[in-house]
Design a protein. Structure first.
Length: 188
């Protein structure tokens, strides 16, 4: 079982930071999933239940190559969607920061020296504000020197995700249709 990600994230210029997630964070991760139903529609699966999320997080923590992170807003000025006077983003109980999304990646996968982003999920009303791009660039920076190539797996038919990764300099790398495509970028 790994206890810490290979490198830690510091606040970025985009006002985001990340922290490692574990099974105790299942309610937060499940809340993020529940707030992003469009993603699960694209991949044609129901939103995972709390127990399914707990099981996935426990399985991931037992895999020394897999890392899970909450994406946190450390920028108090970034606007939030407010419902009944309360910010719609879940609050991280460890840091008190608003949760903007979730990151799941695996190192030395599919090959040694590779890192694959399995999921980079940003809450819908926070998308197109640079949060996902800042998170991806931060991960590239943290993995640079330990990883030669970073890949992003794109599940289902998701042209928006393709445009997102292409905008960050990733190019089509592996066809695993009909389930997913992989885009890749060489790191310095």
């Amino acid at each position: 079982m790994h206890v810490a990600s290979p490198v830690t994230s510091a606040p970025s210029s985009a006002g985001i930071t990340t922290r490692q997630a574990g099974p105790e964070d299942a309610p937060i991760v499940q809340a993020v999933y529940g707030l992003t139903p469009g993603y699960f529609q694209i991949i044609s699966t129901p939103i995972p239940t709390l127990e399914e999320v707990r099981t996935d997080l426990a399985t991931a923590v037992a895999d020394p190559r897999r890392y899970l992170e909450l994406i946190l807003l450390d920028d108090p000025w970034r606007p939030s969607v407010v419902r009944d006077g309360v910010p719609a983003e879940p609050i991280d109980p460890q840091t008190g920061l608003r949760v903007a999304g979730y990151l799941d990646y695996k190192v030395d996968y599919p090959d040694d020296g590779d890192a694959t982003v399995n999921l980079l999920l940003v809450l819908p009303w926070l998308q197109s504000q640079g949060i996902g791009a800042a998170c991806a660039r931060d991960l590239e920076r943290r993995l640079n020197g330990n990883t030669r190539r970073m890949l992003a797996s794109i599940y289902g038919s998701n042209p928006r995700a393709r445009r997102f990764w292409e905008g960050l300099g990733y190019t089509f790398a592996i066809d695993a249709r009909p389930i997913l495509d992989w885009y890749a970028k060489l790191l310095a």
